[in-house]
Write a protein that binds this ligand. Structure first.
Ligand SMILES: *Cc1c(COP(=O)(O)O)cnc(C)c1O
Length: 492
């Protein structure tokens, strides 16, 4: 909140009584002594007035008797981070910012500027605690229980799929999907390159080898052209991938019809990594249901969260039953502890499923809020050249889980990474776009099929950034981010 500095001006002619009354009425605990031209001279605190009185001054005397003092100030334009450092160093809570003419532009208040704006934080609704309390009341604290069953059914109904298994993470869901599709050592699996490492890691858990597929410029998601190229190469070399993992980036569905058609033609099943796209739609239908299996994540930074969790969905009931079996240590149906397969401990707890049920009730609101954040950025920065927002094709209804854009440094005069650094100085967290998997040291040597002559994902990575996108940001916070961005991009 901005403090109107003029309310706290005092002059040499101000009496001690007036000064005390103003301080008493204000929340600022100090006055700003200015000269006849409104130029800043020094701050005046309660303590300064007390000392004057102890030295024999009267309430009717003026501030003219105050000795000169080199008060702590900072130049207007100082970053928030630097301003906080000054306040910490001098153990003060208010910092006047002074312009080139010696006048006070504003006073920074630690309480207002001390909280950073983060990329994407959990946003609880009203009902989560109710479901969690119910779990406590009925002592369903263990993994599994009525919240888990209900959460699975509710997610399945929401996206219009037959069956769902609630798991400990989205990564666990991908792992089980990869395993159930029979990926074995030496098998290759196609995977979007522009994604988070958790999309590809489970391939390696099973000894498989990821082959990375480039993005298309129109959606930033897996390019059907690059996918065809990869299948052509595989066919020419007499192998086929065991599966294709298609990622829906930043809340936007990939072009699933085109991708699934190619995979169907080659008889290869699709795993839809919809970790970031719960609530999105593709051609009017919910994201996550276009592959043989789909996965969602409820990690803390995702659009809705169980603090940690995931879901595997499919129309194939046998697959989901098998996933539940594998996720509970693969215990054979026998009274003694018998195992004929290697299992995992991947189930979601009944407590966390309660959080998920509450979050599911507000998913629609969260999607709208995130889309609203994106639109505010796009509108608020519409006149600034060199920015290109992540496109949304006709067939897509994105959740805008993260508001992403690319910046052309030749036009904007500043690079995406420089903007990220400048935002950090203002305690605003922006992040680069995911570093493509084919550029990751851990996947060095894995093959990569590009959309054209060069990699689209590399270009997006080089020029891209993700803005703070939380559904719980206030209009004032969004306005401040836009204001700071405008300043950075206009070279201020
Ligand atoms: C978050 C995420 C995952 C992993 O989900 P977790 O629940 O964190 O294990 C997988 N893929 C993508 C694209 C993600 O963003």
């Amino acid at each position: 909140m901005m403090i109107d500095v003029k309310e706290f001006y005092a002059r040499a002619s101000t009496t001690l009584r007036q000064a005390m009354e103003t301080i008493n009425a204000s929340g600022m605990q100090m006055l700003l002594l200015v000269d006849a031209q409104d130029r800043f001279e020094r701050t005046v605190t309660d303590g300064d007035l007390r000392r004057l009185l102890l030295n024999g001054a009267e309430m009717g005397d003026t501030l003219a008797q105050l000795p000169p003092l080199a008060s702590i100030t900072a130049p207007d334009g100082i970053s928030r981070k630097a301003a906080l450092a000054v306040m910490d160093q001098h153990e003060i809570n208010h910092l006047p910012l002074i312009d080139a003419d010696g006048r006070i532009v504003r006073v920074l208040n630690r309480r207002d500027i001390g909280t950073p704006i983060l990329l994407s934080t959990p946003h609880m609704g009203e009902a989560e605690l109710h479901f969690v309390e119910e779990a406590f009341r009925t002592n369903w604290i263990a993994p599994l229980g009525p919240n888990v069953d209900a959460f699975e059914r509710e997610v399945a109904d929401l996206v219009g799929v037959g069956h769902a298994a609630a798991l400990s993470s989205g990564t666990a869901a991908i792992h089980l999907a990869v395993r159930m599709l029979g990926v074995k050592p030496g098998d290759r699996v196609f995977c979007s390159t522009l994604t988070f490492a958790a999309s590809a890691n489970p391939i390696v858990y099973e000894g498989g080898e990821p082959v990375f597929i480039d993005s298309e410029p129109g959606s930033w998601n897996m390019s059907p052209v690059a996918l065809e190229r990869a299948f052509d190469a595989a066919q020419a070399e007499s192998w086929m991938p065991r599966a294709v993992i298609v990622v829906n980036l930043y809340g936007q569905s990939a072009d699933m019809d085109a991708l699934v058609e190619i995979c169907d033609r080659h008889g290869v099943p699709v795993i839809e990594d919809a970790a970031e796209s719960l609530g999105a739609r593709y051609k009017g239908k919910p994201s996550g249901i276009f592959g043989r299996m789909g996965i969602f994540s409820f990690n803390g930074n995702k659009i809705i969260t169980t603090s940690g969790g995931g879901m595997l969905v499919s129309d194939d009931e046998d697959l989901i039953k098998q996933a539940r079996f594998l996720a509970t240590q693969a215990r054979d149906p026998a009274p003694h502890y018998q195992h004929s397969q290697i299992g995992f401990n991947y189930r979601m707890s009944n407590i966390l499923a309660g959080v998920g049920r509450g979050q599911l009730q507000v998913l629609g609101d969260r999607v709208e809020a995130r889309r609203g954040v994106f639109e505010a950025y796009r509108d608020g920065l519409a006149d600034i050249p060199g920015l290109e927002w992540m496109p949304e094709p006709d067939w897509s209804y994105s959740t805008r889980w993260l508001s992403a854009l690319t910046i052309d440094p030749a036009v904007a005069g500043i690079s995406a990474n420089q903007v990220i650094a400048r935002l950090a100085e203002e305690m605003i967290e922006a992040r680069p776009v995911w570093k493509p998997m084919h550029q990751q040291p851990v996947f060095a040597g894995c093959r990569h099929f590009a959309h054209g002559n060069t990699s689209v994902a590399d270009q997006i990575f080089d020029a891209g950034l993700c803005m703070p996108s939380g559904s719980n940001m206030s209009p004032a916070e969004i306005a401040r981010i836009i204001d700071v961005m405008r300043g950075i991009l206009k070279g201020r």
